[in-house]
Design a protein around this ligand. Structure first.
Ligand SMILES: NC(=O)c1ccc[n+]([C@@H]2O[C@H](COP(=O)([O-])OP(=O)(O)OC[C@H]3O[C@@H](n4cnc5c(N)ncnc54)[C@H](OP(=O)(O)O)[C@@H]3O)[C@@H](O)[C@H]2O)c1
Length: 350
């Protein structure tokens, strides 16, 4: 049994961490911090947890929490984590950061994709990119893990087998659709119900910041530089991501060629499901049937007109795109069964 703390526990990702860990047999959540809710019961902010925890939020500093736990999750906004982390690293604590602040191996990517110079570039090499399906052995031995971005996760899961098999011709073109919880719990005009409801808003036609980590991971898996581009849309749902990626292929591929690429990479993966059904309503991945779970649903279609593979991924942005991957990494880092606390089937949102 280990003790863990969550900094930023009042947020959406923090709330999902609390939920997943509330029934995890190897973990006791000893601290949940929130500046604005200190002293309140956790279930006041996350009412779904009523009856599962009597923990109260505290206003402890991350270092104070680190001194009394074995592992710390940072579920704070990007740009905040990087100010907290250097001091925490010195304490020797195991750390899982949900933000973007330690996802790049190369510090020169921060000005490009986030618009700031990284203040602790030497630390980047000490973090492992927390995508278990790509970096399992490194995560097992890691003390510091950086959890991937949500749209990045869905994109990388669906594209990595094609990159690994050498099928990709630059650039990959990604279309992403995401629900409102992807923006966190702070309201803005863009997330206001009357502005968002019934809208399909293309909020990032180009230059989405997750492109940098997608390129990093696809290049690493293929062994040569891969470039990507993306248009991202906010759509009329609370949770979930659908990515539809166009890969123009070098050669004419058959369905068995593409199946082989996916199967050889994900054959034994506990959280990857293939949603490919030639008939019926759910012929391809759909966030509607994956939310609430740590599964990544994948599928593909061939477009013989232009020799294109359409690679499709659907995840719950707050689980496989955040808290679920973080718990999967925690399990690996501590020698727990990898699927512990994560095997509940998805909800069907009907
Ligand atoms: N939402 C997603 O789908 C998603 C997916 C993948 C990754 N992530 C990443 O996960 C992290 C958390 O995201 P979220 O959606 O949960 O955000 P959120 O709902 O806005 O919650 C963040 C929490 O962090 C606390 N906080 C804010 N500024 C802080 C600071 N400077 N220092 C310490 N705590 C601070 C806030 O609570 P108090 O002010 O009360 O302390 C807030 O409740 C972000 O880095 C995000 O990029 C989110």
């Amino acid at each position: 049994m280990i003790k863990v703390g969550i900094v930023g526990a009042s947020g959406y990702a923090g709330g999902e961490l609390l939920r997943l860990l509330s029934t995890h047999p190897e973990v006791e959540v000893s601290a949940a911090t929130s500046k604005h809710n200190a002293g309140d019961y956790v279930f006041k902010v996350h009412p779904n947890l009523k009856g599962f925890t009597n923990l109260k939020f505290t206003a402890e500093t991350p270092s104070e929490v680190a001194s009394r736990v074995d592992l710390l999750f940072l579920a704070v906004p990007h740009g905040s984590s990087v100010r907290i982390t250097p001091g925490l690293v010195e304490t020797g604590i195991k750390l899982i950061d949900m933000s973007a602040d330690f996802r790049f191996r190369d510090s020169s990517k921060y000005p490009v994709w986030y618009g700031w110079e990284h203040p602790a570039p030497d630390l980047l090499a000490h973090f492992v990119y927390g995508l278990p399906e790509l970096h399992r052995e490194q995560i097992k031995n890691a003390r510091l893990v950086s959890v991937p971005g949500c749209i990045a996760s869905s994109s990388i899961y669906s594209l990595a087998p094609l990159a690994k098999s050498g099928f990709i011709q630059d650039p990959v073109v990604i279309d992403a659709k995401i629900g409102s919880s992807g923006s966190g719990n702070k309201a803005s005009q863009a997330t206001h119900f009357s502005e968002r409801y019934n809208s399909v808003r293309i909020y990032s036609p180009s230059g989405h910041r997750h492109i940098g980590e997608i390129e990093q991971e696809l290049s690493s898996v293929s062994g040569k530089p891969v470039t990507a581009t993306m248009s991202a849309h906010s759509v009329n749902m609370v949770r979930g991501i659908l990515t539809t990626s166009s890969v123009l292929t070098r050669d004419k591929l058959s369905e068995p060629d593409v199946w082989k690429a996916y199967r050889s990479m994900y054959r034994n993966e506990p959280f990857i499901r293939f949603m490919m059904d030639p008939t019926g309503l759910y012929r391809y991945p759909d966030p509607k049937v994956v939310v609430g779970s740590n599964f990544a649903d994948l599928g593909f279609a061939l477009d013989s007109h232009v020799d294109r593979v359409v690679a499709i991924g659907a995840i719950d942005n707050l689980i496989k795109g955040a808290a679920g991957n973080a718990v999967q990494c925690m399990n690996l880092m501590n020698g727990f069964p990898e699927t512990e606390g994560l095997l509940a089937p998805p909800m069907r949102l009907i």
